[in-house]
Design a protein around this ligand. Structure first.
Ligand SMILES: *[C@@H]1O[C@H](CO)[C@@H](O)[C@H](O)[C@H]1NC(C)=O
Ligand SMILES: *[C@@H]1O[C@H](CO)[C@@H](O)[C@H](O)[C@H]1NC(C)=O
Ligand SMILES: *[C@@H]1O[C@H](CO)[C@@H](O)[C@H](O)[C@H]1NC(C)=O
Ligand SMILES: *[C@@H]1O[C@H](CO)[C@@H](O)[C@H](O)[C@H]1NC(C)=O
Ligand SMILES: *[C@@H]1O[C@H](CO)[C@@H](O)[C@H](O)[C@H]1NC(C)=O
Ligand SMILES: *[C@@H]1O[C@H](CO)[C@@H](O)[C@H](O)[C@H]1NC(C)=O
Length: 316
């Protein structure tokens, strides 16, 4: 009886070991087959993530000799008067970058998430044409998107889209929010005043033009100053949170000005051959901020001793 039971237990054990081996063998085979059957260029097997490398097939033209070159998708997420116009001209000076400007400044394109998605699809399929389009030999294609142009409102769907299509986000913020505020106020004044021979310009290409625009000294409402600065800060923090799961890089305007190697980081982030990038744009508000604000003493007093005190001194 004991021998019989022992033999039975042994038999069952051997059987179960055999079955296990058979099932792991077949599992390995299935995995092998899956890998062989899906050499999709959009899937990065190492990280099991959507790849950032794409081979778009535009409807409106043929990519010709560059069809074999991969293309990266990007979006510059920023706020008005944070240096994004300047940054974009730098990027577009690269022979393989097409950054198509502020395409969502047009309300129709961001009226709902389906029109946003449609617009994005068109841009990333290389079927969107602006003066910046490099067409067949683009190695990175994107545009500039202000946070108040639907980004915050539809952040969930947009970050899903970025993850699904492998779009990289380039955040561009300005550290000195007081300088940004001066620029916002001066720019909105010029929209009506049109200081440059009756035309409104947000960006200029000569020091004379910059000086003319900088002659206007805005008055800052000191009652609202702290809460306004805080609000901008919160918006930037929230945006970073919302897009945390996407592939992204965070840049600051001040760092780009002081440290030219930052531009190399951006090119590496976009997988581009590194080039010297140039822009013809000239900075409008140069020198100490006290020269550019009408009620400076008031502002100095308001920010003195607060978390924003450093904004009073910083050069950029
Ligand atoms: C989105 O807006 C477009 C244009 O206004 C409209 O034709 C479309 O029906 C809207 N889609 C949704 C889902 O609301
Ligand atoms: C960049 O553009 C040049 C000129 O159009 C082209 O010859 C080159 O292949 C492009 N490089 C990449 C990486 O797409
Ligand atoms: C404005 O007009 C004056 C006189 O015609 C000209 O000298 C100057 O260059 C113009 N400035 C700009 C910014 O166009
Ligand atoms: C500043 O803003 C507050 C609230 O909107 C307003 O009551 C006040 O009159 C403004 N002050 C100035 C100097 O414009
Ligand atoms: C983003 O996520 C990482 C890890 O998931 C976390 O460490 C980091 O603090 C997050 N950043 C923000 C801005 O939420
Ligand atoms: C701000 O005011 C204090 C005195 O109240 C002065 O010492 C300081 O230099 C001022 N700062 C700037 C940047 O003007």
């Amino acid at each position: 009886m004991i021998v019989l039971v022992f033999a039975m237990v042994c038999g069952v054990y051997i059987c179960s070991v055999c079955l296990k081996q058979i099932s792991t063998n077949s599992k390995i085979k299935i995995q092998d087959i899956q890998v062989i059957e899906r050499p999709s260029p959009d899937v990065d097997h190492e990280n099991l993530q959507i790849s950032t490398v794409h081979y778009p097939n535009p409807e409106t033209f043929s990519r010709a000799e560059c069809a074999q070159n991969p293309v990266r998708y990007f979006a510059i997420l920023s706020m008005q008067r944070s240096g994004s116009g300047w940054f974009e001209t730098l990027l577009n000076s690269h022979v393989n970058v097409s950054s198509n400007g502020e395409i969502f400044s047009v309300l129709d394109r961001r009226i709902n998430i389906s029109s946003i998605t449609q617009t994005l699809d068109k841009v990333y399929n290389l079927d969107w044409f602006t003066s910046a389009s490099k067409n067949e030999c683009s190695a990175a294609v994107g545009f500039k998107w202000m946070l108040n142009q639907g980004v915050m409102q539809h952040h969930k769907e947009i970050s899903d889209y970025f993850n699904r299509r492998g779009v990289s986000a380039i955040f561009l913020f300005r550290r000195n929010l007081l300088r940004r505020m001066v620029s916002v106020l001066a720019n909105s004044y010029d929209r009506h005043a049109k200081l440059l021979n009756g035309t409104h310009k947000s960006h200029v290409h000569s020091t004379e033009e910059a000086e003319t625009l900088a002659k206007y000294k805005p008055m800052i409402n000191s009652t609202l100053l702290i809460s306004d600065l805080k609000e901008v800060e919160i918006t930037a923090t929230k945006a970073l949170e919302y897009f945390n799961s996407t592939r992204h890089i965070v840049l600051y305007y001040e760092d780009l000005i002081k440290n030219p190697t930052k531009l190399k980081d951006v090119q590496a982030f976009l997988g581009l051959p590194v080039m010297d990038l140039t822009s013809r744009q000239v900075k409008i508000h140069k020198g100490p901020l006290s020269d550019h604000v009408k009620n400076w003493e008031d502002i100095n007093k308001t920010l003195d001793g607060t978390a924003y005190e450093s904004f009073l001194q910083a050069d950029y």
